[in-house]
Design a protein around this ligand. Structure first.
Ligand code: AMP
Length: 455
């Protein structure tokens, strides 16, 4: 098939074509071209497709077509993260509303009761993360005996995240006679054996070789010492107005980098597993609607972030797993847009860079560190080291409240308002209940900070 294939040649109904037109989808992406016909025919399917390829519509449209007019819960979509599950449910709402195909979202981090109600109402599709669905199964509040279609989205990540026992429990409750569609960025290792056990003569649809990144993404790597990373980042952020998604290796590093960026006066949010569901939602929504130009994230939390037009992905830390590089860079240059990916590689990350290049089978262009840039020089000149890790945070009512850093640091991202006395002790400042999201104050000093060794 060529890129000129149209949606109406794939066997979709007029209602689906109208929904696609409303969504602004003009032509099917390669995964949609290849997966929709066998999925509509009820065949088992393995879709090996990098993220951002349009796989959500590739499985949702056939589900909607096959369930149209039927009552009762007949399809189950499993996804590794709450964010991805929520986004799948949003797509389902967009395509299924006019067809009376509704979704019940069953994810952790929120109350059980509303989910119990939705499950009882018998929505046609359950979109779930495995852990929470197992909770419902154990309480007897979910029944899967009517399921005819199962989708395992980002199966590689579900297995990586240790969801195998939950997946096995769920699969044991499903009717043997069903259609199963499994999507994964890679088909290596566990995914292959899982597929062999649970799918029946699946149609294999491979869009991009494992380790392929969107062709439109422009990739570059900066080779530099750890302590220059913050200066480089702030220089790049000052250089363009692109929406920017920044990845760090750990939650702690995400928190600390968030502070550095906020103090430089940027609108920034963060998302990682220690943030509550509400905080994660707010960060994502704010990033989506442009309130925050910058989002700092860890890999797990960023899975499934579906934001159009992310102009720039920054790997502040290189990932340890090369597949994560592909997932991260796949966040830019989504279905129609083009984008940039900048990776920061310190001397102790050279092996990771080599592994990534081996995996993607492409050398990444080395870019020059803009040491002459005014921002870079200023940050390096003002260099302050990070405070001892244990003093940065304490827990308050379930959310992390920021203690301000050393004198001269701290304060908020936003302009205006009076500067707090830098002589206040961290505990005093924290007791005022300010976080970087809520406090205001002039941009403060920023500086490089040293990494802590991975634990
Ligand atoms: P996905 O890989 O399903 O997460 O899709 C990535 C992004 O591409 C989402 O924002 C979709 O809404 C969008 N998308 C998917 N298919 C198409 C299409 N055929 N035309 C335009 N945009 C699409």
């Amino acid at each position: 098939m060529t890129h000129l294939t149209t949606f109406d040649s794939l066997g979709l109904s007029a209602s689906s074509l109208a929904a696609l037109a409303r969504a602004g989808y003009e032509r099917p992406t390669p995964i949609q071209q290849k997966a929709i016909p066998p999925a509509l025919a009820g065949r088992d399917l393995v879709g090996c497709a990098a993220t951002g390829t349009g796989k959500t519509a590739a499985f949702l449209l056939p589900i909607i077509e096959r369930l149209d007019g039927k009552k009762g819960t007949r399809a189950l979509v499993l996804a590794p993260t709450r964010e991805l599950a929520t986004q799948i449910a949003e797509h389902l709402e967009m395509f299924g509303r006019s067809r009376n195909v509704r979704g019940a979202v069953v994810i952790g981090g929120v109350g059980m009761q509303p989910q119990v109600r939705e499950l009882r109402e018998g929505h046609e599709v359950i979109v779930a993360t495995p852990g929470r669905l197992v909770d419902h199964l154990e309480r007897g509040t979910a029944r899967l005996t009517g399921i005819e279609i199962l989708v395992l989205d980002e199966a590689d990540r579900m297995l990586d995240m240790g969801f195998k026992p939950q997946l096995e429990k769920i699969l044991a409750k499903l009717p043997k006679q069903r259609q199963t569609m499994l999507f994964s960025a890679t088909m290596a290792g566990e995914v292959a054996s899982f597929t062999a056990r649970h799918l029946r003569s699946p149609e294999k649809v491979e869009i991009a070789r494992s380790g392929t990144i969107p062709e439109r993404a422009e990739q570059r790597v900066f080779l530099l010492p750890q302590q220059e990373k913050a200066a480089l980042l702030l220089a790049l952020l000052a250089e363009s107005k692109d929406s920017t998604l920044i990845f760090t290796r750990t939650r702690r590093r995400a928190d600390r980098l968030y502070q550095v960026i906020a103090r430089a006066g940027h609108e920034v949010a963060r998302i990682h597993a220690d943030r509550s569901q509400g905080q994660r939602r707010m960060a994502l929504d704010g990033f989506k609607d442009g309130k925050y130009r910058i989002l700092v994230a860890t890999d797990i939390a960023a899975r499934g972030i579906d934001v159009e037009e992310i102009g720039h992905v920054v790997n502040f830390d290189l990932p340890h797993v090369p597949e994560d590089y592909v997932h991260r860079v796949g966040r830019t240059a989504r279905a129609a847009a083009s984008g940039r990916a900048s990776s920061f590689c310190s001397p102790d990350e050279r092996d990771q860079l080599r592994d990534i290049e081996k995996f993607t089978r492409l050398p990444i262009t080395v870019a020059e560190v803009p040491r002459e840039s005014a921002v870079f020089r200023e940050v390096v000149a003002r260099r302050v080291d990070a405070p001892p890790p244990g003093r940065t945070y304490r827990r308050q009512g379930g959310s992390a409240h920021r203690h301000q850093k050393s004198p001269g640091s701290g304060g908020g991202a936003r302009s205006g308002s009076t500067q707090r006395s830098s002589s206040q002790r961290p505990a005093q400042r924290a007791s005022q209940g300010k976080t970087a999201e809520t406090s205001s104050g002039p941009p403060r000093r920023v500086g490089s900070w040293k990494p802590r060794r991975p634990r």
